[in-house]
Ligand binder design. Structure first.
Ligand code: CP
Length: 317
């Protein structure tokens, strides 16, 4: 593997899941693989899980790790080409990227959608500049349109908890006070489609995702109907994707909060969320504190997904 930005880079999912199982059973088996290799993790946005789990995965593989938070202590970076740099950004990403590439062997990048320019977000301009100019393998630690390390961990978790070969998985929009990118739901949809599960997406009208990610999923506007018989409820907020409302909040309707009433419609479903989660907005205390909530093992599997991806990249060096 050279770069990892989506489900398309991981290859056969069965084989990826088998590798995840191996990593989980023996996390220190490949300590020599990463010896004297350096991972540089670059964050344009905040993180708890991605930062810690990816670092832990790299340490399990014997790698050295350096971390740069672009907005805390680094020069502000200009990302547009052709601009006159007379503003508050003293360094251009076109110099910064190859310099960063010269200090490491593998680069992880977190760069969220900015909701200023839909084309720029959906063309993954920042992530692709790292791929183009760093000279090093690059993996996404959540980019503008996808969060593949999260989705891979979600898939591993569903495989561990599922009781039938093809469970019913429901992705439900839920309310949030801030406008959040579509990266997690886009990516989750892409991986669920690839896994071949019975997959339903439910959200209020106006929150339709890009068809490219929805794929074969059933879109059901009636949330109670969507919840019926579900084996997994995966909650996430996202801002509107469709024009002219790209990046806008259209609803904060708490009737969409995941609660015990709606969970009672399911097949005793497990509750999932990528975290961080706003309690009593996205999900009620009762649901997230219930035995059916698997958000902690889901987060723990972030080490596993990151370690599989880093291992594959190291094998390709
Ligand atoms: N789920 C996830 O990526 O968490 P962080 O934003 O804390 O990294």
């Amino acid at each position: 593997m050279r770069n990892f930005t989506s489900v398309h880079d991981i290859g056969d999912l069965k084989s990826a899941l088998a590798k995840a199982k191996q990593v989980k059973e023996n996390p220190f088996a490949d300590q020599e693989l990463g010896k004297n290799k350096t991972l540089l993790m670059i964050f344009f946005n905040s993180s708890l899980r991605t930062r810690l789990s990816t670092q832990k995965a790299a340490l399990n593989l014997g790698m050295n790790v350096i971390v740069l938070d672009i907005n805390q202590g680094a020069w502000k970076l200009e990302t547009e080409k052709g601009v006159i740099m007379d503003g508050d950004k003293p360094e251009h990403i076109l110099e910064a990227i190859p310099v960063m590439g010269s200090y490491c062997d593998v680069i992880g990048v977190r760069s969220f959608a900015q909701f200023e320019n839909k084309a720029s977000d959906y063309n993954e301009v920042i992530l692709n500049q790292f791929i183009q100019y760093s000279g090093k393998p690059v993996f996404s630690m959540e980019a503008a349109t996808r969060h593949p390390l999260q989705s891979f961990a979600d898939l591993i978790t569903i495989e561990e908890y599922k009781k039938t070969e093809k469970p019913k998985v429901v992705l439900t929009w839920a309310p949030h006070p801030r406008a959040l990118p579509q990266a997690v739901p886009n990516s989750f949809a892409e991986w669920m489609n690839a896994a071949g599960y019975e997959f339903v997406i439910t959200h209020p009208k106006g929150y339709e995702l890009d068809d490219e990610f929805v794929g074969k999923a059933v879109v059901e506007y009636d949330k109670e109907k969507a919840y019926k018989g579900a084996d997994f409820i995966y909650a996430k907020n996202w801002a509107a994707y469709q024009d002219p409302n790209y990046g806008k909040i259209l609803s904060t309707d708490r009737a969409w909060t995941v609660d015990t009433e709606k969970m009672a419609l399911t097949n005793n479903a497990y509750f999932m969320h990528c975290l961080p989660v706003r309690r009593n907005m996205i999900v009620s205390d009762e649901v997230i504190d219930s035995p059916q909530s698997i958000v902690i093992p889901e987060a723990a599997n972030r080490v596993v997904s990151a370690q599989v991806v880093l291992k594959e990249i190291l094998l390709g060096l």
